[in-house]
Design a protein around this ligand. Structure first.
Ligand SMILES: NC(=O)c1ccc[n+]([C@@H]2O[C@H](COP(=O)([O-])OP(=O)(O)OC[C@H]3O[C@@H](n4cnc5c(N)ncnc54)[C@H](O)[C@@H]3O)[C@@H](O)[C@H]2O)c1
Length: 263
């Protein structure tokens, strides 16, 4: 009888934004399930400290490499050596400017959102995924692989401004637009790179991180499972899509949102 295990032995997973909240949880999940890791992010110190923490908690240093990379100025070819040296056969495009990123003209009402920031967000949240995917695919040179892109419910929905009323929180146009582009890039790559490489996205709902309590309460009320997401909720689906359990899944966007999107 076939056993169905979520086993990542033999997979080396490149994770962008690996120093961030979700990135760190994905890295820990991959290592726990037997995969190796190549972490990359803008923030060298956080990557370095995180690797030390992982080694202290018992993961072998040989299974973890890290690279400092700025996705806002990436050219095709910049990441080829990183993928080849670390023998990545999986890629998780997780880095992005998010609601809490401190950029001018970002998380403010539409009238205040500025063009420079819109362009920068599209560069980091969308264009870098095109560039990284090209280098990843060339470094694989025909071997099997998997890509998981992290999108968002806001790739699929407009913001409900009632949630934000009376809070300092915002939802920039470029965020949802970049994530919607990523969903289409996923479909394009899935139909182009199959049958060798599977490409999917995971769309998390809002992750609870001490947001304004009014927002949290309204968000929970709208969500069938009556809570916001945790990083761990999202990691399970990422690991599943990287594993052989998902061998017949490509081109999909799986929502991990407690049902938010159906209301
Ligand atoms: N937090 C949420 O509620 C939520 C909801 C839906 C989707 N997501 C998605 O999940 C992913 C992770 O989000 P998070 O909440 O963990 O964010 P985070 O801010 O904790 O992590 C993002 C990481 O990306 C890195 N990064 C940003 N700009 C970069 C650049 N130019 N070059 C290289 N690295 C760069 C940051 O250094 C950071 O470590 C994002 O794609 C986000 O859009 C988050």
């Amino acid at each position: 009888m076939k056993r169905y295990d979520l086993d990542l032995v033999g997979r080396t997973v490149g994770v962008s934004g690996a120093a961030g909240f979700l990135g760190r949880a994905i890295v820990q999940g991959v290592l726990t399930q037997g995969g190796d890791i190549c972490m990359f992010d803008l923030d060298e110190k956080r990557l370095h400290d995180f690797k030390n923490d992982l080694v202290l908690s018992g993961f072998s240093s040989d299974r973890i490499s890290f690279y400092t990379i700025d996705l806002s100025s990436l050219k095709v070819g910049d990441c080829f050596d990183m993928f080849a040296e670390s023998r990545c056969n999986c890629l998780v495009n997780n880095a992005a400017f998010v609601g809490t990123s401190e950029l001018e003209g970002w998380c403010v009402p539409f009238e205040g959102q500025c063009l420079d920031t819109w362009r920068k967000a599209l560069e980091v949240n969308l264009t870098s995924n095109f560039t990284l995917s090209k280098d990843f695919v060339s470094s694989l040179s025909g071997a099997k692989g998997a890509i998981v892109n992290i999108d968002s419910i806001y790739a699929h929905l407009g913001p409900d401004w009632n949630l934000y009323e009376g809070t300092e929180m915002g939802n920039p146009a470029a965020y949802g637009v970049s994530k919607a582009g990523l969903v289409q890039l996923t479909r394009y790559l899935a139909s182009t790179l199959g049958p060798t490489i599977r490409v999917n996205t995971v769309a998390p709902g809002g992750i609870e991180r001490g947001q304004d309590l009014k927002f949290q309460q309204r968000y929970r009320q709208k969500t069938p499972l009556r809570r916001m997401a945790t990083e761990e909720d999202v990691v399970g689906t990422v690991l599943f899509l990287l594993s052989s359990l998902a061998d017949y899944i490509t081109g999909q966007s799986i929502k991990v949102d407690g049902g938010y999107i159906i209301t």
